[in-house]
Design a protein. Structure first.
Length: 231
């Protein structure tokens, strides 16, 4: 589509959907719009969007379920639109694999800034010096070109955010990465619920990588500073 970033917008509010579509097009994006979760999933199957903007309250299924189905087949960044202002709901979106969220009502300019920030992080993540990163004398092998991870010679099944977090730590192996740096790298900064989500993903990575998650060898907590991945 003319080389422009493609946005898939899924929201049942026709007026908001039209407003955001016009604003996104004026900002240089191509837009596909859907009013239901099933319609949005069909468009996802037919196209390869660069970002999905996903409302949580949809008429046929919750946005949570749409996110789960997207994550089975795609690592496309997902920006949640939500009228749910409670922190547990925001954490839930991040834990399910959402990359960011914005609470209704919001300014269109804020949404455009969030979309640009997501795309900027994706572009930055794709610019790496070496496609293959090996740690622990080949125990941990990260193939960034194909977004695959092998651990002790076996494929490591990771969610998109778990993968992004592991790569970020691995690229800085041996040094402490602050919590604020990780929150900025993964979610564009400290937001309500993002700290809890970060802790959740660190816990998940340890469950998948550590013999004893209570005494981690790979991902260690440095008290009051952040986390370090040991080479």
């Amino acid at each position: 589509m003319n080389g422009k970033p493609l946005i898939l917008l899924i929201d049942d509010d026709a007026l908001l959907r039209d407003l955001l579509t016009r604003a996104l097009i004026q900002s240089g994006y191509e837009v596909l719009a859907a009013g239901t979760g099933s319609e949005g999933l069909s468009l996802l199957d037919l196209h390869n969007p660069d970002v999905v903007i996903l409302d949580i309250l949809l008429p046929d299924m919750e946005g949570w379920e749409v996110c789960r189905r997207i994550r089975r087949v795609s690592t496309v960044p997902i920006l949640f639109l939500t009228a749910l202002d409670e922190i547990p709901d925001r954490v839930r979106g991040l834990v399910l694999g959402g990359d960011d969220y914005i609470v209704k009502p919001f300014a269109v300019e804020e949404l455009l800034a969030r979309v640009e920030a997501i795309l900027r992080r994706v572009r930055q993540a794709s610019v790496t010096a070496l496609p293959i990163l090996e740690l622990g004398e080949g125990t941990l092998v990260i193939d960034r070109e194909h977004r695959q991870v092998r651990f002790h010679g076996q494929p490591l099944d990771l969610t998109p955010i778990e993968y992004t977090l592991l790569v970020y730590l691995a690229e800085r192996a041996g040094r402490v990465v602050s919590i604020d740096e990780l929150l900025t790298a993964i979610w564009g900064g400290r937001k309500e619920g993002s700290l809890q989500a970060l802790r959740w993903y660190i816990w998940n990575l340890r469950q998948k990588m550590e013999k004893d998650p209570r005494r981690p060898r790979w991902i260690q907590t440095v008290r009051r500073q952040g986390y370090r991945l040991n080479p």
